[in-house]
Design a binder for this molecule. Structure first.
Ligand SMILES: *Cc1c(COP(=O)(O)O)cnc(C)c1O
Length: 426
């Protein structure tokens, strides 16, 4: 569900006209819907509650969309944060996420990052190797603190998703091998400065079938039993993120619908509900993807011999997903247009053949300046942006009912070049 819809033939975000926003803000820009963010959080939280999972914590995965206003919207709903860097720690704290709801994930935490998170007093570190446990124990010990940790274990499960977002097989860099998990917990127990309180997994992203989750949760349950038999006091199960979302709009003919959050919650309750542990989740895409669109305008149409190209002012520098993950994003005119369509590759101005937003899309012939919306762009969109080709980052707008605000401004060229210098010896 999302709050982007047509009123009198014109696309709106909640009660705000996209055309009016484009006139004020300029294109390309990102537009997020606060009501949609809240709705997605609420649906998941309610599903967990209805499944009887009273002890739970949803830590929004900040990397999916790390705009301060987006994090703040979710923090006000009660969400915690799953962070993967010191920069994301700053964002989460600044957006009002209480430190006792922050978990720190990632394979490459440095001592400096650990210190910052320890000083902030975060809830939990999700650690991914024995050497990371050693460094954390040493760093916490030097500060006179004990870090609560969950060991991220790699269940060696094929998530059935794109290889670049599959994280739970033995070939990926993530987590501690399943066979070494118990030894990892024993290793942590022998150290001062850390206390192992949880098991953590995250098997991938955009998972559209519950089967891999079921297999992973069952393995977590078996590991929990073994660890408790060994005397470990495991109190939290962090089941990661990864539940997929629809990348389709009505009438798209794309029926590959991901599981309902209620079925996912039921599965958690069925496999791990009796564990007595707090259930933690780290959703990113599920919350943010359909809460954002990318708005772009047509620069010109170029009808070629083999292909027709609709050249727009957004590019892979704004939305990397099509070229990076072969992702499909619905694209539609902001002002409904019933005229005859042709098939177009919707491409940006960047000098790369991989610079496209959509291939072979049925769209009318549009005049320069006509607006297009690229849907389901709220997660892994703006955050993956780059300044390649010396392009200015697209601004971000948050809509809430009839209110809206620019929540990240477009930089100017002075800001873009500010950090660069030509040495005086050159
Ligand atoms: C990226 C990531 C998530 C979020 O994944 P989604 O598919 O966006 O829900 C959660 N946990 C970890 C450790 C991640 O790396």
């Amino acid at each position: 569900m999302d709050e982007f819809g047509y009123h009198d033939g014109a696309l709106h975000a909640e009660q705000v006209s996209i055309e009016a926003l484009a006139e004020t803000v300029g294109t390309p820009f990102y537009c997020y819907s606060a009501a949609t963010l809240r709705h997605h959080y609420h649906v998941l939280d309610t599903a967990l509650a209805d499944a009887g999972l009273a002890e739970r914590l949803i830590c929004y995965s900040v990397k999916a969309n790390s705009n301060l206003a987006v994090i703040a919207t979710l923090a006000q709903m009660g969400a915690g944060a799953d962070i993967v860097s010191q920069g994301e720690l700053r964002r989460a704290l600044q957006a009002g996420v209480p430190s006792e709801k922050i978990v720190f994930s990632g394979v490459g935490k440095t001592a400096e990052e650990m210190r910052a998170a320890l000083e902030a007093g975060i809830l939990q570190f999700n650690v991914e190797s024995l050497s990371e446990i050693d460094l954390l124990a040493e760093t916490a010990g030097a500060l006179g603190k004990t870090a609560e940790i969950a060991l991220r274990v790699n269940p060696d499960i094929e998530a059935g998703t794109h290889k670049k977002i599959s994280t739970g097989t033995a070939e990926t860099k993530f987590g501690i091998a399943w066979e070494e998990a118990e030894a990892g917990f024993a290793h942590a127990r022998a150290l001062d400065g850390v206390e192992a309180v949880g098991i953590d997994i995250h098997i991938g992203s955009q998972i559209t079938d519950l089967t891999p989750f079921r297999r992973a949760f069952e393995k977590v349950g078996a590991l929990l039993t073994a660890l408790r038999a060994d005397g470990h006091d495991i109190r939290r199960l962090d089941l990661g993120g990864g539940l997929g979302v629809p990348y389709a709009r009505e009438g798209d003919g794309n029926n590959a619908l991901p599981p309902d959050p209620r079925a996912y919650a039921q599965l958690i309750a069925e496999t791990l509900g009796a564990s007595g542990c707090t259930i933690m989740l780290e959703p990113g895409r599920l919350i943010a993807a359909n809460a954002g669109i990318l708005v772009t305008s047509v620069v010109r149409c170029k009808q070629g011999q083999a292909k027709n190209f609709m050249i727009v002012d957004a590019a892979m520098t704004e939305l990397m997903r099509p070229t990076l993950y072969d992702a499909h994003h619905p694209i539609a005119p902001v002002l409904k247009d019933e005229s005859a369509t042709k098939n177009w590759d919707v491409v940006g101005p960047v000098c790369e053949t991989g610079d496209f937003l959509g291939l072979d899309r049925a769209l009318p012939i549009l005049q320069p300046g006509a607006l297009l919306a690229v849907f389901a762009a709220g997660a892994y969109g703006a955050v993956l942006g780059s300044a390649y080709n010396t392009r200015l980052a697209a601004p971000e707008v948050l809509v809430d009912g009839d209110k809206w605000a620019v929540v990240r401004a477009r930089p100017d060229y002075e800001a873009l070049l500010a950090g660069e210098a030509i040495p005086d010896w050159l």
